[in-house]
Design a protein around this ligand. Structure first.
Ligand SMILES: Cc1ncc(COP(=O)(O)O)c(C=O)c1O
Length: 378
């Protein structure tokens, strides 16, 4: 099966894991610290904080920024549920914002502006599919509305501009992401005080880590803020350090494959919309396409699956998931809903070769043609 995404894991990761086991220190230690520093360098930041997941990263950021009950946070609905969940974790209210269009499925600035109230405290922008939102426009908006600007950069590790928009950015190292530690994530926060608050809250609000107590001969610690256990461990950090070395190369391969898809689809099945035409900044995490409105998507999914090609959907809109639909029964986001009904995510990962892209496109053309004929007969 040609999968939508696949981690690249090999002998180097195995050697790195062996070394941690042989070393005997498996929780937060030197490798976690090294991963934090290396990840920060890649994003031209002073430092970063490694955590157990991007979800934990988002929670820690909102918590450290003091967002809580009575506050509203603007979020897209075209995202993974974790973006909105993190707002509920701190007792604030996520306010769902529509996307711009089928061709530009990022949160709409105009709609974000329209949904601002006196209670709006922050906005979480999501770089959907790795396509970077308009930095200057969102910064100007946040300044004008006096909002805290947060990036959900789960899809954009390795893009130098990701993590430079506002207060902080959350990255994911989950198994299907551009680099992986199986589960894991990182936070970039350029303000040192904020970053240290996040670092402390990551580990129960304690004033020192186990490792620091070992090396400083001071066994005592205090807890000065509310914290969580959102730590990363040495095993995952060791894998992350190997992955990090190849992230730029992998993102470049993703970019080339993505371009190949675009050219072939434009030439051979122009009824399919490929969002983000000529986009400058992308980590090419996903290959989303929008099928013609008359096509029954499930039939295309089934047909591709029969020939060994997995496709997925990004995303079922969060406001339409049962839990959120019950909370927000009257929320309607027509562009997000239209996009989500017609979107199909094609395989894209660095282990693919251009001939696999050609195979996917030719099978997609076949699936669309079959449907068109069948629907014409019907
Ligand atoms: C946009 C987005 N935000 C947040 C997350 C949560 O990431 P994690 O699984 O690392 O908690 C994901 C994961 O798929 C995501 O795609």
């Amino acid at each position: 099966m040609l999968l939508v995404s696949e981690p690249v894991l090999g002998p180097e990761e195995k050697i790195a894991l062996d070394a941690v086991i042989d070393g005997g220190w498996i929780t937060m230690g030197e490798r976690v610290r090294e991963l934090e520093q290396s990840f920060a360098r890649l994003h031209d930041a002073e430092d970063s904080v490694a955590v157990g997941s991007c979800t934990a990263a988002l929670h820690l950021i909102l918590h450290a920024l003091g967002i809580g009950p009575g506050d509203e946070v603007l979020v897209p609905s075209l995202t993974f549920v974790a973006t909105a969940n993190s707002v509920l974790y701190v007792g604030a209210r996520p306010v769902f914002v529509d996307i711009d269009s089928l061709a530009l499925p990022l949160m709409s600035l105009e709609e974000a502006e329209a949904k601002c109230t006196a209670r709006t405290k922050a906005v979480i922008i999501v770089h959907f599919g790795g396509y970077l939102a308009d930095r200057e426009a969102w910064q100007a908006f946040a300044r004008r509305k006096r909002l805290l600007l947060i990036e959900d950069a789960a899809h954009a590790p390795g893009l130098p501009l990701a993590g430079t928009f506002g207060e902080a950015a959350a990255f994911s190292f989950y198994g299907n992401k551009n680099m992986t530690t199986a589960e894991g994530g990182a936070i970039i926060a350029r303000n040192r005080a904020l970053r240290e608050r996040i670092r402390q809250a990551r580990s129960h609000g304690m004033t020192s880590t186990t490792r620091q107590r070992l090396t400083s001969r001071r066994p005592d610690y205090d807890v000065t803020i509310l914290g969580f256990n959102y730590r990363m461990d040495e095993l995952r950090a060791a894998v992350g350090l190997v992955q990090l070395k190849r992230l730029n190369e992998w993102n470049a391969i993703r970019g080339r494959l993505s371009l190949h898809y675009r050219k072939l689809i434009a030439e051979l099945c122009s009824s399919v919309i490929v969002p983000f035409a000529n986009w400058r900044q992308s980590a090419h995490h996903l290959m989303p396409v929008v099928l013609p409105a008359a096509i029954r998507r499930q039939a295309v999914i089934d047909r591709l699956r029969r020939v060994g090609i997995q496709t997925t959907i990004h995303y079922p809109p969060v406001h339409r998931l049962t839990f959120y639909n019950d909370l927000y029964p009257n929320c309607h986001l027509p562009r997000t809903e239209a996009f989500a009904q017609r979107e199909l995510t094609l395989p894209l990962h660095p282990q693919m070769t251009p001939d696999k892209v050609e195979l996917v496109v030719s099978c997609l053309i076949g699936a669309l043609a079959t449907r068109t004929r069948a629907e014409a007969i019907a």
